[in-house]
Design a protein around this ligand. Structure first.
Ligand code: SF4
Length: 84
């Protein structure tokens, strides 16, 4: 019997909560971050690594301090193309 007096039911074991989204820290808001997605994984490519070797191509997340960080343009901000 269950706690309310009804018949006990077998239930699926609860899965642990999903891990936090690994895409955290500064990179999601940085204009040099590119999210690379494959069928099984997702990771961040730092485009600064193309020109500056001190930046890892695939930074270990979360990046909490980075002197290469430049805020990504706001999605609400008008783009250069919208003036035409
Ligand atoms: S410059 Fe720094 S914050 Fe920006 S994507 Fe590269 S590692 Fe992340």
């Amino acid at each position: 019997m269950d706690a309310l007096g009804g018949p006990a039911r077998l239930t699926e074991p609860r899965l642990p909560a999903a891990p936090e989204d690994p895409f955290t820290g500064l990179c999601p808001g940085c204009r040099f971050a590119r999210v690379v997605t494959s069928r099984r994984t997702r990771f961040t490519l730092c485009e600064r690594s193309f020109t500056e070797v001190r930046f890892p191509r695939y930074p270990r997340l979360p990046v909490l301090n980075c002197d290469g960080f430049v805020p990504a343009p706001s999605k609400d901000a008008p783009s250069a193309d919208s003036d035409r």
